[in-house]
Design a protein around this ligand. Structure first.
Ligand SMILES: Nc1ncnc2c1ncn2[C@@H]1O[C@H](COP(=O)(O)OP(=O)(O)O)[C@@H](O)[C@H]1O
Ligand SMILES: [Mg+2]
Length: 441
């Protein structure tokens, strides 16, 4: 019998749990490791894997995502066949280049291709050069020049750190005063260090936000289901920004024509441009879009799966996850057909008290088995760890409760019924994920 494949997932959040789950269901996968993983990324094999259960076992291994050399050593020792990168930081540090140089297989873009995410100034210039719709903008390296620009261009703008700022580097401003304040914090106080030494000031757009993710083999893309995430802490998109409080997929108002338009007008021109520069993009290309009265505009690109979008998209993927990723690496995405379960998936994030500020750790969590036993429900761990037999909180976003249902309201009903069974002190979550009326684009 052919030896099964071993897969290593890099990262520790709900996204990585969802990736590990999807890969542990792939036909050829024998074992999954998650580095460093969390309290939910270790499980036994389940040969008879009933619906939605992973078949292959998984185990957390205590290696940090940016400890690239130790990850390479581990991949060699354990004869890992494929490494999959969850978060952006290791991509920015060149994990893909380093694995490739070591002769190891890894899914994700090289450091140069990942600039589409790690430098908003680079992404903007690329989009402008290839005619991809994106808000008008200017780039600055000096505070005084940026401030002068703001004063000469009154009106609503968005001020963004060009570099990686953990999803907190964009300031949506109503007034010039607010924009100057944001500029001050980025360029003078340097709250994100060198990530804010270059800023992008862009026109503020109004419309409907949406995430379009696609698998890319460097030459073409296969779009995943359109998704919508919810960055604000409170219902109705109020309160501070977070890493993401929930998501759903697909987005009912985004039909096949809209998806095709995004592929043709946005994804393909960017992919072609990166290939022409000699830095083809292989991995997940994620376009954060604002759909306005005149169509879709790109607010940003990410070079990886979104969190929590992955927890809403991957449960619906019917195609073998390993086959899909391997098709990207082997440049044969053209032959891959992505199949999806019918219906929708809603993901509700359960956060620690105080999130997105400082949070306590070690709060005991109860009710998970009961929640996970509900029909169509998957509980992905994010900030959890095991203390003996007890599962406790270990971060701001603690769990991502996903539920598949016949449609969006059905999936939301199941997700919230499962959420009600889970408890930890001060648990907070949004109550409106997937419960909004369908809008038009
Ligand atoms: N030009 C824009 N007009 C309106 N809202 C914007 C604009 N750019 C960003 N935003 C808002 O700010 C959020 C964060 O911006 P984004 O560019 O995605 O940066 P990041 O995810 O790195 O923080 C977006 O999800 C969107 O809600
Ligand atoms: Mg974003």
């Amino acid at each position: 019998m052919k030896k099964g494949k071993r897969v290593l997932v890099v990262g520790s959040g709900g996204r990585e749990h969802a990736l590990a789950w999807a890969l542990a269901r792939a036909a050829e996968v024998e074992r999954v490791y998650v580095a460093p993983g969390n309290g939910g990324t270790t499980w036994p094999p389940s040969p008879e894997a009933p619906d939605l259960q992973p078949r292959a076992p998984a185990r957390s291994v205590p290696i940090r995502p940016d400890d690239i050399q130790t990850l390479i050593d581990f991949a060699r020792e354990q004869a890992i066949d494929l490494t999959v990168v969850g978060p952006e930081t290791p991509l920015a540090h060149g994990i893909v280049d380093a694995f490739q140089a070591a002769g190891l297989r890894i899914f994700g873009p090289t450091r140069a291709a990942a600039r589409i995410e790690t430098s908003k100034a680079f992404a903007k210039a690329l989009m402008r050069a290839c005619g991809v719709p994106t808000p008008d903008y200017a780039v600055f390296h000096r505070f005084e020049e940026a401030r002068a620009y703001l004063r000469a261009h009154p009106g609503p703008v968005v001020v963004k750190a060009s570099g990686l700022a953990g999803g907190k580097g964009a300031f949506v401003c109503d007034t010039t005063e607010e924009a100057e304040e944001a500029l001050h914090r980025l360029m003078r106080e340097r709250i994100f260090g060198e990530a804010g030494d270059t800023v992008v000031i862009e026109e503020r757009l109004y419309g409907s936000e949406l995430s379009m993710l696609a698998l890319s083999d460097g030459r073409m893309v296969k779009p995943l289901l359109p998704a919508r995430d919810h960055k604000r802490l409170m219902d109705g998109d109020r309160g501070p920004n977070t890493g993401g409080m929930g998501a759903y997929a697909p987005v009912p108002e985004v039909g096949p024509d809209a998806v095709e338009r995004v592929v043709q007008q946005i994804m393909m021109p960017v992919l072609d441009a990166l290939a022409r520069q000699g830095t083809p993009f292989v991995g997940v290309l994620y376009a954060g879009l604002m759909w306005t009265a005149s169509g879709p505009f790109v607010l940003e690109f990410n070079a990886r799966f979104g969190d929590p979008e992955a927890q809403a998209i991957l449960p619906l993927l019917e195609t073998d996850g390993l086959e899909a990723l391997e098709a990207c690496l082997e440049g044969r995405l053209e032959d891959l057909s992505l199949r999806w379960r019918p219906g929708a998936c809603v993901t509700v994030v359960l956060a620690s008290p105080g999130y997105p500020g400082p949070v306590p750790e070690g709060l005991p969590i109860s009710g998970l088995e009961d929640a996970a036993a509900q029909e169509g429900v998957l509980v992905f761990h994010a900030g959890t760890r095991r203390e003996g037999a007890q599962l406790v909180t270990a971060g701001g976003r603690v769990l991502a409760v996903s539920a598949i249902g016949p449609d969006l309201p059905g999936a939301a009903a199941r997700a919230y019924a499962a959420v009600e069974r889970i408890h930890f002190e001060g648990m907070s979550f949004r109550r409106d994920i997937g419960r909004v009326p369908v809008r038009s684009l």
